[in-house]
Design a protein around this ligand. Sequence first.
Ligand SMILES: Cc1cc2nc3c(=O)[nH]c(=O)nc-3n(C[C@H](O)[C@H](O)[C@H](O)COP(=O)(O)OP(=O)(O)OC[C@H]3O[C@@H](n4cnc5c(N)ncnc54)[C@H](O)[C@@H]3O)c2cc1C
Length: 381
Amino acid sequence: MKRESEVLILGAGASGLMAASILKKNYILIDHNSSVGAKISISGGGRCNVTNRYVGIDNYVPRDEKIRKVFDRFDNKKLLKWLRSKGMALKLEKEGRYFCADGAKELVKTFRKCVNPSSLVLNCEIHSLRKRNDLFVMESSKGKFSARYVLVATGGLSYKKIGASSIGFDIARKFGHTVITPKPALVGFTVQKPQFWFKDLSGISIDVEIKVGEKRIDGNMLFTHRGVSGPAILNASLYWNGGYVEADFLKGKSAVSFLKNPKRAISTQLPLPKRFVKAFLDHLNIDDIAVGRLKKSEIEALRAFNGYRFAPAGTFGFERAEVTKGGVDLGELDENMMSLAVNGLYFAGEVLNVAGELGGYNFQWAFSSAYVAAESINGSS
Ligand SMILES: Cc1cc2nc3c(=O)[nH]c(=O)nc-3n(C[C@H](O)[C@H](O)[C@H](O)COP(=O)(O)OP(=O)(O)OC[C@H]3O[C@@H](n4cnc5c(N)ncnc54)[C@H](O)[C@@H]3O)c2cc1C
């Protein structure tokens, strides 16, 4: 089988579906899954956090001006307006997060209505892409497809079990693009031996402030049998490139300021789970005794509650990561997400070297980058 179209969209995930909904040229949308939008369906605990009330380049790694330029053309407000125009009900929740009021599957259904059924090719493994004269030729498990424009929307490496593959990065490299080493992000940390005491605290969560490099992150940290997780840690993983992470378990308030009663033990006075305090004191070699009996050096050592440094061993890996950081270098694309080296070759979504924090930022990026790419293709002759 050989099929021709003006545009080939590789990947029917968030960005591929948005591009297909915007394109006015004739296109073919390809995915190896048996249905579209697999990640959308499971996202946000099945409710899909589509975007956030506040979106800016500070929510992304790297903090690249090109991201701002994309949002200048299709930002959160335009996305919300577009989704509502398609009949989607959205719900604003805490921390400015917008969710699909009727669940993530509703968004997939909405996109399905926007996609021309005869343009959709499912159960089709993309193998490679080449360009001959002005035409791209894509080899796949369902034969050859050719087009003048290609949008690579094949996502990152996380969640292989629902379709992730390295094909987008392979294609980018084949065409001479730089791919910043893909790494798991929005993922938990495994710990080294000095922090094995964390493992006994599995299930406990604490509201903390995490410092990683120059970045400070407020949120919940969850102890697990493998290490640490929870929103603060997931966001920290976005900024972590090896080295130390620092946790302030009392968010700026000194431990001593809570220890008002000299007759009572430390663990009964700190506003933290008792089991955690006992384990931490044990780790610090301090007995959980009446505060009045503590030595001066022990009181000083309690400062560790405000700055406990540890070097994660690594992360829980791509299988548990919500996104991939790294990817195709934005510096080698124009503002329409088209390759500066290969005319007609576009990229959108997670395949690019853009990863956002928790809170709807990754879908916003997928939809915005796909929108500008599709608009640019619409305007090309
Ligand atoms: C569990 C989970 C929850 C998440 N929740 C949220 C959330 O609530 N809010 C948010 O903003 N972000 C969330 N994300 C991140 C978000 O899902 C992604 O950033 C977004 O889907 C990226 O869109 P994309 O189009 O670039 O890639 P994807 O949506 O991953 O789409 C890529 C498509 O390409 C296809 N593909 C890949 N390789 C091939 C191949 N060789 N041949 C054919 N097809 C191929 C895949 O099957 C897939 O359909 C979540 C991620 C996960 C894993």
